[in-house]
Design a binder for this molecule. Structure first.
Ligand code: HEC
Length: 150
């Protein structure tokens, strides 16, 4: 029973060392992965928006959704291997790989703004929560305008 351990350890080491995008067997999988993640982004943004539009926004509910966003946002940007704009119903523009720095800037801005949203909602500060939410929504839109086909 001693022998099989080595390949397993090796596989684990490779999985940890490999960049996230290398984990997709085919470009279709990367597309499915990011479309799933972005569906979640849309859902949780929608829930926060609904709270902010209600008469009595629940800051704990917003904080909970913001924490989920904080995690899922980070997942989507690991799922854009080059050439995966050509698969499925992808609306990704090839500019993503021509101007990776700009794409990454948006991703970083999103993470920063969502961190502010988490902090403001946890602190129970409604007006800071509103303005952080607006910044987040603006980054979503700005990146879509530049990098997503209509
Ligand atoms: C760094 C750029 C970038 C940011 C920031 C970004 N997106 Fe996207 N998003 C994309 C791209 C590119 C696509 C198209 C992906 C594809 O079709 O392959 C997309 C697609 C989507 C889709 C459609 C998924 C589908 O089923 O095809 C939704 C919903 C979405 N994004 C929501 C969001 C929300 C909500 C935010 C902000 C919280 C956000 N995105 C932030 C780049 C971004």
């Amino acid at each position: 029973m001693k022998k099989p351990l080595r390949p397993i350890l090796l596989a684990v080491a490779v999985a940890i060392a490999a960049p996230a995008f290398a984990q997709f067997a085919k470009p279709e999988d990367a597309y499915k992965y990011r479309a799933s993640v972005m569906f979640l982004q849309g859902q949780h943004m929608g829930r926060i928006n609904a709270q902010l539009k209600s008469d009595k926004p629940s800051l704990p509910a917003i904080a909970e959704n913001a924490a989920i966003l904080d995690t899922v946002n980070r997942l989507s940007f690991t799922a854009f291997p080059e050439g995966s704009d050509m698969v499925g119903n992808s609306r990704a523009k090839p500019e993503i790989w021509k101007d990776q720095a700009k794409f990454k800037q948006y991703a970083d801005r999103l993470n920063g703004d969502v961190a502010k949203l988490v902090a403001a909602s946890k602190a129970g500060d409604l007006s800071a929560t509103r303005s952080a939410f607006q910044s987040v929504a603006q980054v979503c839109k700005a990146c879509h305008d530049d990098f997503r086909r209509d």
